[in-house]
Design a protein around this ligand. Sequence first.
Ligand code: TEU
Length: 530
Amino acid sequence: APPTRWWRDAVIYQVYVRSFADGDGDGVGDLLGLRGRLHYLADLGVDAIWVTPFYPSPMADFGYDVADYRDVDPVFGSLGDAKALIDDAHRRGLRVIIDVVPNHTSDQHAWFRAAVAGGPGSPARGRYVFRPGRGAHGELPPNDWESVFGGPAWTRLPDGEWYLHLFAPEQPDLNWEHPEVRAEFDDILRFWLDLGVDGFRIDVAHGMIKAPGLPDIGRSGQARMLGTEVLPYFDQDGVHEIHRHWRRLLDSYPGERIGVAEAWAPTLERLARYVRPDELHQAFNFHYLTARWDAASFRAVIEESLAAAAPVGAPSTWVLSNHDVKRHVTRYGGGELGLRRARAAALLTLALPGSAYVYQGEELGLPEVLDLPEEYLRDPQRLRGPGEGRDGCRVPLPWGYTEPPFGFSPPGIYDSWLPMPPSWAPITVEAQRRDPSSMLSLYREALRVRREHPGLGDGTLRWLEAPAGALAFERGDGLVCAINFGPGPAELPAYGDLLLSSAPVAAEGATVRLAADTAAWWQRRDGHGG
Ligand code: TEU
């Protein structure tokens, strides 16, 4: 079959397994629960799901600390469940992307246990980054790097040697200069490709290679993810050789399997290097989610994103939320205002050229949960660092009923791993499903219209004249999207037939009035741009 390049404009739904649906009644989401809800995702109209790590793990970072890359943690199910999930998804026309975590393992991975047991100088330590300390007695860390979660990026073992961990101490960094590490991950990728997955989301794809000599940064401060400087542990040139190699591996399988870089590159130009033609297919565009709620800020990041991706021929990949950031309803102001903006943002995002990611719950308009009881907070980022934790965007999904846990677990089970706000009763899937004005209906409609109009998918964008505070652009086949960031209403020309809007749009003859924080899609009558 000729290649479809399906990924260029795919809408990919992120499933944070732990919080999606609990099939076995232990209060934790699992593969069984996900399988039982695939009809919901097919009906929503997404093209693929990305499933976050489900591998055996001590869960110090909720699965991003992998102890065995070829199995499933019992809390999430079994390898048989994973196979059944992939097959069921494929039967429903959904592709399946899974997470792979190559920058670090769990400290309970067999390799790290062997490294600890082997002692200084042992070959097993060569697979990780062990160094003697500084100071008269080696009591100081080998360099001044700080962990993303806060504190030194080094931990000392009782035998005196230090090991590197860019994240939690339970996540020792692998040494990607070691041939066994590279060979092992080839084998892991093949294992899952053979099982039928359609691709990988590559965790910390910018981190595997460290600058030779592990030089000091020379100033204090937590590792910054987006900035202008290239740090000695992120976005080093050597990572690209690994991605090129993986691209060849992916291409050796039939069915257009893809690699998605979770790369926090300092600039969009550097991010584009991850999606050069012989590297990965997509890279998350996190710059987009940092845009402020105003027309100039969004226009700038959209233009810069498209301009950076164009020379390498890659599609842009738009992200509004994920399991690491504050949910955008809350980022955009919370409450009714945040919701209204999130509705507009959904139509904007789904009209941009390229691929879009939907983080579970954003289609319900879920806000960040800001008042989780202290005793539930377990995210290492909060426990170790000065920053806010990520627990508030990982609260389980409300499926139905009128009280927590809202059908997240089977009937009779009341304790979800994070408590769910009773105030979510009006925004459960069940409550929103038949309400045409709900967020869920908006997403379902938008995805349906997008599927029916290839002009909204891959391709380019042409900016149209728009009043201050608003943006308008035209896509292929005469499709127009406009968004008004406010604060006042915006008068726009009537572009054609209104396809969809995030709030009611008033039409008066040749003009339409777009209220503040509203977006809409039109189809030009002549079918082509004017
Ligand atoms: O995230 C990489 C990462 O750098 C994040 O920690 C991010 O910068 C931060 O959370 C923003 O607040 C990936 C995973 O998505 C994350 O869940 C893991 O904790 C991390 O890798 C370590 O594997």
